[in-house]
Every structure is written in C-alpha cells, then in structure tokens.
Design a protein around this ligand. Structure first.
Ligand code: HXC
Length: 513
C-alpha cells in the first residue's frame, strides 16, 4: 500500500507542477496567477475539491512525447460565501492552456455535474485556443462545451473570467454565458488576430486595441465588468454571486443588512430638477435608494445612456434598469436596447425582480439608427420586459414619452406596480413637439406666432405633462413623495415576493434578434 500511495503522490505532484517552474515564472512575470492560484483566490479558503486531475491528453501523432498535466485545465468544485460552485481554470503553462479533446471533455463533465447539482459554473479562461496537435478532436472538444453553454443557459448561472488570451472560435464559450469579466491589460478576445487582419484588410492593430478589456467594455459590449488584474476579476465574481441564486429553481439569497427598510430618502428632493432638460446623477439616485448605497453596475462604460446592475432592497436582490439623462438625454438607441434587453432576460431567468427607473424622451432619432435597425433592436427590449415573469416595478422619475414609455416597462407591457414622482410626466411626446404639431395651423394663423406657440406649449404641459392623467387612467398606481421611495419600493417588493405568472404553452418564443 505504501508503494502504491507513493506512486499516487508522485503522479499528483507532477500534475500540481503544471507546466513547470520556468513557465510558472513566465506566467507570474506577465502579471498573472497560475490556474491553481486563481482557484485558491476565488474560493472560500481550503474548499476546493479537484476532479479528474489524472486526465491524459488524446494520443495523436503530433502529441507524442508531449506532457499535458491535467490536460491543461484544472476542474472541480468548492464554495463561495458558503455556497457550492463549479470551476474550471485553464492552465496557460501547459501547452498554452490550449484546448484538446480531454480538456474539453473535462469541462463538459463539470458542466453536466453542476447542472445535476444545480450550482453555478465559473470558467477561468487563459488559453491559446484549439490545440493544434489534436486537430479536429480539439474542435470537437470546443463543440462539447459550446453545446452545454447554450443548453444550460438559464439553468444555472454561468460566469466567464477572461484572464489571458481568448481567441478564434474559443470566444464563443464566454459569449454564450451570462457574465463576461475581463482583466485590464492581461486579457484579450477576438475572432481573428492582428496578423490575419493585417493580411486580409491591411489594418494594423495591437492585441490590446483589437480586443483588450477597454474595447470590450466600452465599444463592443462583450464584457460586463473590467477589473485590475486576476485578483480584481476574481473578487468581482464573488461579489456578483451574492445577487444570484444557485439555479433557476431558486430565488437569490436574502442579504440581511443594517440599512432600515423604512429609511426616508429626503435627499432625493433636491436631486432631480423638474425641468426635463436638466441632467442629474441617476447613479446617485440609485445609491440613495438601495441597501447601504451598494450598486454593482454591469457594462458601466457601454451604452451609458442606460444603466443596468444589481443591488439589494430590504435584503432582496434586484436588477435595476435606469435611463441616464447625462448621456444622450437618456434616449434609447441600439446599444442601450441590446444592453437592457439582455439584462432583463438575465434577471428573469434567475428570479431577480426588476426595478425600472424612467426618465426618457424616446428612441434616439437619426438616419444611422434607423438604418442599423433600431426597430429590430428596440423590439428586443419590449419583448424582454413582456416576457419577464419576475416581479416588475417601475418608477417614473421624470419624463416618459412615446414608445420609450412603453418600452420602459409600462403598465400595459406587464409592470406589476407603477409609481411616479410628482415630477413624472407621461405623454406621447414633449410639450414643444406636441404643440408644434397639433396647433400648427393656429400658430401660423395667429398675429403673434411666438406668443401663441408659448401659450399652447404651456396649455399642453398643464394638460398632459404631469403624472396625474396617467394616474387617473390607472396606468400609474400612485404618485409618491420622493422621500418615501425606498420604503415604498421595499413594501411593493415584499408584496410581490410570492408572484406567480403562467404563460400560454409554447416551445419557445421567437425573440427579435
Ligand atoms: C498547442 C500551443 C498553441 C495551440 C500556443 N501553444 N498555442 N500549443 N496549440 N493553439 C504553446 C506554444 O507552443 C508554447 O509552448 C506555449 O503554448 C505558450 O505559447 P507562446 O507562444 O510561447 O506564448 P505567448 O508568447 O504568450 O503567446 C500566446 C499566444 C500564442 C498569443 C496565444 O501562443 C499564439 O498565437 N498561439 C496560437 C493561437 C492560435 O492560433 N490558436 C488557434 C486559434 S483557432 P511551449 O512548450 O514553448 O511553452 C481556435 C479555434 C477555436 O482556437 C475553434 C473553436 C470552434
């Protein structure tokens, strides 16, 4: 037995050594942790249990004589905040973390297990892509993972950290997951690299400029969060999980805290100016309402005209969607519609109630927007809200006009509770535009068109640019004092906690894409 144990230990030692001290040093010099250091940093101390450490690489003529401990990916389970999670961590020190058949199969097995158990899957990506020596088998390994990413979407949360290269078709595994987090300066994602681009289009571009974390956080919208180094990303994953349930059958955990549920929010009275053209800080509004001022914003640098993220209200996890009047006057454009629609669906599949804060003039006008398909993209947002069966609360902070009024979770699109501040205004359009259209002839015919226009605008404002017409028709449930916002939102959320909503049978809906 001693001999057998010694052999087992010897084999395990070789596995734990990964690609060896030189490559590990290179990894550290690049500012990155090793695959195993990342797992230790991510999970509750000492909780990791490894699976399949002795997995062997596929035998192909080109793989002869090559060593691939654990086949370049460490897989297993452990705890985060006391809850079970499944993790795979690609080992760049082993053949560049390239994905061979066994590597892919290990990840696929882990995903199967995670779904049987009902626990989140976290992927730590750091890989040179398909293992060239294994040819089509390595592509098959990717296929096994992509297939599960899609089939298990909405079953358990799937989180992808990009902590090194992620290139070629390999990007589609993270892209199919719920959340993508990238480390600043050490990670990149692209379909075709700088060399190929140069040979095809003659464009010259660096790795960072092509697919670094800044690009995917600001321009492409691929990344949900960008953080400093491995540590920053791994800490963000721990935080993100506090808002999520273990699986689609569960609710997110309650997070009791010291912030009183009845806390008044009088500071909001001075925040929002009744003049709809005056911008204010929507982030400040959110932080004032939520528990302990804590808001985890997702995609903060992308489509900044809409804000999406998680917070707690009275200990309950909520997803917040808010117009941001500081950017494009909060108008909805293509990117904002995509960002919001995706977030709404993320909340809905994981039973996270949605709070919508409205201050919007409409969809962004413009030839470019129309030609790029604002109709198709805006439709995603309407679809996502209507489809969502989680509790849905809307607070109309200020203006809410036209199609955007409907798109921002209005009563008729399925909101459970609609509140408005006295500054709220629901109308087909702003008073200036409306008066110009419906009183055009009268204005033109008058002796003093400017004065008549001003009088008509004032008349329209009085009649429609307020929350009371909509409240009078039942489109708004109550007009509230801003100082009561937090208290009332928590009460409504608690009332809605047992909400059940059945939908007609279908295979699945056909969401506009
Ligand atoms: C096998 C690979 C490999 C690969 C790198 N290595 N890429 N082994 N398959 N795809 C090995 C190297 O030989 C080296 O081994 C070690 O990994 C580290 O690589 P380096 O080049 O020394 O590292 P670095 O300088 O940091 O450069 C990293 C890199 C580069 C930029 C990722 O390795 C690279 O460009 N690799 C090729 C990437 C690629 O084209 N992959 C296929 C993409 S297509 P030693 O023994 O020297 O340490 C794809 C399709 C997916 O992925 C399809 C899904 C459907």
């Amino acid at each position: 037995m001693e001999e057998l144990l010694a052999e087992m230990e010897e084999r395990r030692k070789r596995v734990l050594a990964g690609g060896g001290p030189e490559r590990i040093q290179k990894q550290h010099e690049a500012g990155k942790m090793t695959a195993r250091e990342r797992i230790d940093y991510l999970l509750d101390k000492g909780s990791f249990v490894e699976l399949q450490p002795f997995a062997e690489h596929l035998e192909t003529p080109l793989m002869q004589g090559l060593e691939a401990p654990a086949d370049g990916v460490v897989t297993g389970y452990g705890k985060i905040g006391g809850r079970t999670v499944f993790v795979f961590s690609q080992d760049f020190t082993v053949l560049g973390g390239s994905l061979g058949k066994t590597h892919g199969r290990k990840i696929a097995h882990l995903m199967d297990l995670a779904v049987r158990v009902g626990a989140p899957i976290i992927g730590l990506n750091d890989s040179a892509g398909a293992r060239i020596q294994e040819g089509v088998d390595s592509l098959s390994g990717y296929g096994e993972v992509f297939y599960r990413n899609a089939v298990y979407s909405g079953v358990v949360p799937q989180i992808s950290a990009i902590l090194g290269p992620c290139a070629g078709g390999a990007v589609y595994s993270p892209a199919l997951t719920d959340f993508v987090l990238m480390s600043k300066g050490t990670s990149y994602m692209f379909i075709t690299g700088p060399e190929v681009i140069k040979s095809v289009t003659r464009e010259e571009v660096s790795f960072e400029e092509l697919g670094g974390s800044a690009v995917h956080s600001q321009k492409s919208g691929v990344a949900h969060l960008e953080r400093e180094g491995d540590a920053g990303v791994l800490e963000a994953i721990r935080k993100l999980l506090t808002y999520l349930p273990q699986n689609a059958r569960e609710k997110p955990p309650l997070r009791p805290n010291k912030d009183p549920k009845e806390r008044k929010t009088p500071e909001l009275l001075g925040l929002v100016h009744p003049d709809p053209r005056r911008p204010y800080n929507m982030h400040q509004l959110i932080r004032t309402i939520v528990d302990e001022g804590e808001f985890l914003e997702l995609q903060p640098e992308f489509a900044r005209n809409i804000i999406t993220g998680f917070a707690h209200l009275g200990g309950q996890s909520v997803g917040i969607v808010a117009n941001n009047p500081r950017f494009m006057a909060g108008a909805l454009d293509i990117n904002a519609s995509d960002k919001a629609a995706r977030f709404i669906r993320t909340c809905d599949c994981f039973n996270i109630p949605i709070l919508t804060l409205v201050d919007v003039t409409g969809f962004l006008p413009g030839v470019a927007q129309e030609h790029q398909g604002i109709i198709r993209h805006g439709a995603k947002m309407l679809y996502a809200y209507a489809e969502a069966t989680v509790p849905k609360i809307t607070l109309i902070v200020r203006k809410s006009y036209g199609g955007a009024y409907l798109a921002m979770n209005s009563r008729d699109m399925g909101a459970d509770v609609v509140l408005a501040w006295p500054t709220g205004a629901v109308a087909v359009m702003g008073a200036e535009g409306a008066a110009n259209i419906i009183y055009r002839k009268e204005i033109q015919a008058s002796a003093d068109p400017a004065a008549t226009r001003a009088a008509k605008i004032a008349e329209y404002k009085k009649a429609f640019d307020n929350p009371y017409v909509a409240a009078g028709r039942g489109y708004i449930d109550d007009v509230i004092d801003p100082a009561e916002t937090r208290r009332l939102l928590i009460l409504h959320l608690e009332m809605l906690a047992s909400k059940q909503e059945e939908r007609p049978y279908k295979k699945h809906g056909n969401m506009p894409l």
